[in-house]
Design a binder for this molecule. Structure first.
Ligand code: NAD
Ligand code: ZN
Length: 345
């Protein structure tokens, strides 16, 4: 089979021919129908500091997936051949304090499928049976593969009430774009998006943003205040990982408001905690991964509702992996929303 493999500890990746793997005990083999590129795949491709410390080449990349189960390993009871599935990427231990108190998303022993193991940028892939999510047949593979990042967006947007609320989203990369459609589908009354890239501001509008702001040219805090009768937004959702965006959002949110932080910052961030969080009595949520499995149910139900506007977010579709380098370079240049491969088409 063909697979995108990180073959060497250096920039890039290679298309390789390898044997179709055999599922071991507790694993299933899937035929990959669709797989999408995540920001972390790009980091592995670029071989940034995080990738250098975590990835051990040679390894097949990728973790966002939709596929059909074609073989099951020993001891697998709940997953059958023919099941149409996606996969949670956090492989949790089930034994630590967090797991035993229902907080699987912060398991102390989390391994990440496609980061710590071979992944799904291949015609066939192994998935641990405990990580399998069964998809309803009516959800097409190109949407079903987006459920894992949609789970991040859902946990960010729905960490508190959203219906009827005014919202600021900073960063309209793939995750911010998914956040916009989740917020609109969940009844936010006003979604304001701050994003420096012209291309991504256009996408944000297509996905449903009510107002878009270029933070390099406009005063984000003033614009947000003007749009909310001087009060500031009820909810601030940080999807950029830019320290400046964090500070602007904290200034633009109304006292007593709710903040969700998903974007990962390049390092330590300094700002006025007393005036921007404590005296504003803000409710601040750090968001990591997805709640297992509540968030998967929410994502699946949102997809089935037909209310999510995903088509403008999927900017690039490729049959096979032949043009994978083009896909990664476009993504690096910020010229994509989500990129989806159909390895078996
Ligand atoms: P991305 O880098 O494609 O998107 C970030 C966007 O923020 C870009 O479009 C960029 O132009 C924009 N931006 C930069 N500076 C800005 C500013 N000052 N104001 C507003 N926008 C600004 O990343 P992505 O794949 O969409 O992911 C978003 C963030 O979420 C990343 O930081 C990623 O590392 C993080 N992430 C976190 C988790 C988690 O579990 N916490 C999971 C996945 C991704
Ligand atoms: Zn655990």
């Amino acid at each position: 089979m063909t697979a995108i493999m990180k073959t060497k500890p250096a920039y890039g990746a290679e298309l390789v021919e390898v044997d179709v793997p055999k599922p071991k005990e507790g694993e299933v083999l899937i035929k990959v129908l669709a797989t999408s590129i995540c920001g972390s795949d790009l980091h592995i491709y670029e071989w940034n500091e995080w990738a250098q410390s975590r990835i051990k080449p040679p390894q097949i990349m990728g973790h966002e997936v939709a596929g059909e189960v074609i073989e099951v390993g020993k001891g697998v009871k709940d997953v059958q051949i023919g099941d149409y599935v996606s996969a949670e990427t956090h492989i949790v231990c089930g034994k630590c304090y967090q797991c035993r108190t229902g907080n699987y998303h912060v398991c102390q022993n989390t391994k990440i499928f496609g980061v710590d193991t071979d992944g799904v940028f291949a015609e066939y892939a192994i998935v641990p049976a405990q990580n399998v999510w069964k998809n309803p047949k009516e959800i097409p593979p190109e949407y079903a593969t987006l459920q894992e990042p949609l789970g991040n967006a859902v946990d960010t947007v729905l960490a508190g009430p959203i219906s009827g609320k005014t919202v600021l989203i900073t960063g309209a990369g793939p995750l911010g774009l998914l956040g916009i459609t989740v917020a609109k589908a969940s009844g936010a009354s006003l979604v304001i998006v701050s994003e420096p890239s012209d291309f991504r501001r256009e996408l944000a509008k297509k996905v449903g943003a009510d107002v878009v702001i270029n933070p390099m040219e406009e005063d984000v805090v003033k614009e947000v205040k003007d749009l909310t009768d001087g009060n500031g937004v009820d909810v601030f959702l940080e999807f950029s990982g830019a320290p400046k965006a964090l500070e602007q959002g904290l200034k633009a949110i109304t006292p007593g408001g709710r903040v969700s932080l998903l974007g990962l910052f390049p390092g330590e961030v300094t700002f006025d905690v007393n005036n921007l969080i404590i005296f504003k009595a803000l409710e601040v949520h750090g968001i990591t991964g997805r709640h297992l499995w509540q968030t998967w149910y929410t994502v699946s139900n949102l997809l089935r509702s037909g209310k999510l506007n995903l088509d403008p977010i999927i900017t690039h579709k490729y049959k096979g992996f032949d043009k994978f380098e083009e896909a990664f370079e476009l993504m690096r240049a910020g010229k994509t929303g989500k990129v989806v491969f159909f390895p078996n088409k």
